[in-house]
Write a protein that binds this ligand. Structure first.
Ligand SMILES: C[S@@+](CC[C@H](N)C(=O)[O-])C[C@H]1O[C@@H](n2cnc3c(N)ncnc32)[C@H](O)[C@@H]1O
Length: 322
């Protein structure tokens, strides 16, 4: 589906045009959700970046820079490359004052090489992106190839299809608040109707974790967010397998902590190449573990040996005073 109506699941060109058109109002719209920035920070904290000293990180689909700021919040000492296909969204990001080391680059996740974005990265964040790309498997494989062995990928994404309650609450909030507010604030609710529909059509939690495994990621975990977005918005974490010589010997592998729910049964092999077709049964909701500021780090993530910064020009984290 395009922002305008029927067609392919995602029409990339019209979607990016839509983000271009909404760039000036985007921050005001997401600001209406008082949890938006905090949820992004929860995801970047879950990446276990330990301040980011010596690390090179990628924020793909950075938009106006909200996710970039969250990445710098977790890793203020890292060098961050922030990429987006929309020139207008990037212009909004660049307009902000940054006090860290960040470079904004225009490019498509499915063709990052053409944009001059090359790895290796010590961590990648894709916030509200993967649902919007034409070929999520191709995008995931590209990101996999850009990671250092053992480095984490975090997807911060809506996923409701495994839960009737989540679908119901998402539809209620979308049609009761988000879409009418989008119309009032921007004069055009098309992007926000697309948001509702794209979430309803995208992978459930099991399908997305299966998709990640099918694309080569290991230690795939997920956890939801606090607030009304509980069981609607999630962090999905995976990592590129470590080099064999760095791998933990069998039998003493780190167990996932209670913080994140391990992704469901191993169906990656079966799903390889056709993860989009996975349609898990809807499940009853179970209460999510409490998360928040005191949340422990996910063991096993972000422990890789750092790479020296490669001298990309210094900008940084947005100045909160601006
Ligand atoms: C919903 S916004 C999220 C922005 C930001 N990550 C945040 O958390 O606020 C999604 C962004 O992904 C970008 N995007 C969509 N498809 C893309 C693609 N194929 N390659 C790169 N960026 C893309 C859009 O231009 C938009 O800025």
């Amino acid at each position: 589906m395009t922002p305008q109506g029927a067609g392919k699941r995602v029409d990339a060109t019209s979607l990016i045009k839509s983000f271009d058109a909404h760039a000036r109002t985007y921050d005001r719209m997401v600001g209406a959700d008082r949890n938006y920035h905090e949820h992004l920070r929860i995801t970047t904290k879950r990446m276990g970046l330990k301040g980011g000293a010596g690390m090179r990180l990628l924020d793909v689909g950075c938009g106006t820079g909200a996710s970039t700021a969250a990445l710098l919040d977790a890793a203020p000492e890292a060098e961050v490359v922030a990429v987006d296909a929309s020139g207008e969204m990037l212009a909004e990001a660049r307009r902000k004052t940054w006090t860290g080391n960040v470079t904004f680059v225009q490019g498509d996740v499915e063709d990052l090489e053409r944009a001059g974005v090359t790895g290796p990265f010590d961590g990648i964040l894709a916030a509200y992106l993967i649902r919007n790309v034409e070929d999520p498997n191709a995008a995931l494989r590209t990101l996999f190839g850009l990671l250092k062995p053992g480095a984490p990928l975090a997807l911060h994404e809506y996923s409701v299809r495994d839960s009737f309650r989540a679908e119901f609450v998402w539809s209620l909030v979308s049609w009761g608040i988000i879409i009418p507010l989008g119309k009032i604030r921007t004069g055009d609710a098309g992007l926000y109707r697309y948001l509702w529909r794209s979430v309803m059509e995208f992978d459930g939690v099991e399908a997305l974790t299966t998709r990640m495994k099918a694309c080569g990621f290991v230690d795939v975990l997920h956890q939801t967010m606090p607030g009304w977005q509980q069981h609607i918005l999630h962090t999905f974490l995976g990592r590129r397998p470590p080099n064999p010589e760095e791998a933990v010997p069998e039998g003493v592998a780190e167990q996932p902590t209670e913080v994140l729910e391990p992704a469901g049964p191993e169906t990656a092999q079966k799903a390889a190449g056709k993860a989009a077709e996975v349609a898990p049964e809807k499940t009853a909701e179970t209460p999510a573990p409490e998360v928040g500021a005191a949340e422990p780090q996910v063991s096993g993530f972000g422990n890789e040996s750092p790479t020296p910064p490669s001298g990309i020009p210094v900008q940084g984290k947005p100045d909160p005073e601006k």
